[in-house]
Ligand binder design. Sequence first.
Ligand code: 13P
Ligand code: SF4
Length: 385
Amino acid sequence: MVELQSVGFESELSLFKYDTLEQLPESHRDLDEAARSRRIAAAREELGDRVIVLGHNYQRREIVEHADFIGDSYELSKRAAESDAEYVVFAGVTFMAESADIITDDDQTVILPSMEASCPMAGMAEAVQVDSAWETLVEESGGKDIIPVTYMNSYADLKAFCASHGGLICTSSNAADAFEWAFERGDAVLFLPDKHLGRNTADELGIDEVVEWDPWAGDVAESMGAADEVEPDIPDLGDAEVILWDGYCQVHERFRVDHVEEAQADGAKVVAHPECRPSVVAAADEVGSTSHICDVIENADPGETWAIGTEVHLARHLARWHPEVDVRPLCGDACMDCNAMRQVDPNYLTWVLEELAAGREPNVVEVAPEEKELAAVALDRMLEL
Ligand code: 13P
Ligand code: SF4
C-alpha cells in the first residue's frame, strides 16, 4: 500500500486537493472576451504544437471555443496521451488532470488552469478515509472478499488504493462490466464514491443486496460530542453484494422524477447521466455518459425535443451545436452548473497559456510516482474489461 498523500482523516478533509493554489494575478482579472481571445491566440501561436488545450463537456462556451478537443474526461485523457504535446492544458477538474498525468508520457506536463477546480464528489471519498473504514467494512461483512471499484471521478490515491486491494476503476459507460469483473474475483463490491451510479449499476445487473455505507456516521456522533453514547449507524453487511459509499454529485442529485415526467408530458424525450438518482434514471428514455448524451443529440431527428439531465453547460452547448433539435435542460433554470468546473475562468486559461509561452509552468498536476504506478494498474484492469 502506498503512503497516502491526502490530508489526515482526523484533520479537515480537503475541499481542494492541492494546496499549491496559484491565484490569478491582478493583471488578468478584468480581461474582456475580445482581449482574451487575442491574447490566447498570441500565446498559442508562440507555443505552437507544444501545447494542446482540452475542454471538458461541462466547461463554459468561452473555454470550449479555445479547446483542441471537447469531450468526456476519459476521452480527453486519451487525446492527451495520443498527442506529442509537451503541455496538456486540461480545462476540467483535478481528478481529470490527474488521470491525464497517469496516462500521458513522463515528458508531458499537465496543467490545470485553476487549482480550485476540485470535484466535491471526488472529495467525498478521500483515500485515507476509505483506508480507515476498510477494516471495519471487512469485519462487519463477516470477512467477505470485498473488491473496491472506484469511478473515474476520484483522486489518484483512491485509484491506487483500489489497485492495491485487488480492485479497479470504471467510467459511467463500463461500470456494469467492472462489477462483473469484481464478482469473478470476490464476494462483494465496494463502490466509490458515487452511490447513485453504484445503485443504477446494481439495478442494471439485477442485484438486490445493496447497502449504503455512511462514512460520516462516526464523525457526526463525535462532532456532537456524543461519540460514547451514539454508536455509528453501521448497516448489516452480512448479505451485501454491493456496498455503496455515500457520495453523490450535487449537480445530478438536483434532478427529480417530476422533472422527467413533466418534460415527457411536454413531448420531450429525456436523456440522463447515470449519476442521477435511480428514480430519474428509471424514468428517462436514455441513460449514459456525457459522450453518450452528445451521441443521442447528434443522432436525433430534426424537430425532436430532448431534455438533458446533466450539467447545464453541456445542455447549452448541445442546443448551440444542434439548432435542428429542440434541446433543453431537464429542470430549466433550476439546472445547476458544476461549481468545480466553474473555477476554470477563461481569464485563468489566458494566464496559464501566457505563462507557458513565457517559459514558466503554473499549476502543474503531478501524481506521486508510486501512486501513479498503482493507479495505472487499476486503469489497465479497466482497459481489459
Ligand atoms: P464524464 O466522465 O462523462 O466526462 O463525466 C464527468 C463528470 O464529472 C460527470 O459529472
Ligand atoms: Fe464532480 Fe458533479 Fe462536477 Fe462532475 S458535475 S465534476 S461529478 S461535481
